[in-house]
Design a protein around this ligand. Structure first.
Ligand SMILES: [Zn+2]
Length: 112
């Protein structure tokens, strides 16, 4: 069974976001819970303010998981790993590298 390595799930509500998530760099997964299991429908990354980014998704999904990171590279690589491991149905394009960087996706065989 695949592990996200993220904290949660929490309800995707303004209250639960503010009660758990700080600003700063982070990776998140959005989805719903089915029979007690978290189903990932979308993964994303915030390079500046994870709290603010999650608020923008309120109403779109039921629950979220997240993790803060101290570097853009670590966040980008985590986002890529989630993207390749879970193939979330609502992610239609590969994660973008942080602006101004030349980071490469860590997945073997991936050209991004
Ligand atoms: Zn990749």
């Amino acid at each position: 069974m695949l592990i996200t390595g993220l904290d949660g799930p929490f309800a995707l509500s303004d209250e639960d976001i503010d009660g758990n998530v700080k600003d700063g760099i982070g990776v998140y997964a959005l989805g719903h819970e089915k029979e007690g299991r978290f189903c990932i429908l979308f993964v994303g990354r915030a390079d500046y303010d994870l709290n603010d980014r999650l608020h923008q998704h309120v109403g779109e999904y039921e629950v979220f998981k997240f993790r803060h990171f101290t570097t853009l590279r670590d966040a980008f690589e985590k986002e890529c790993k989630l993207y390749h491991d879970f193939a979330p149905p609502d992610n239609h394009v590969h994660p973008e590298r942080p602006i101004g960087t030349d980071y490469r996706c860590p997945a073997s065989g991936c050209s991004h």
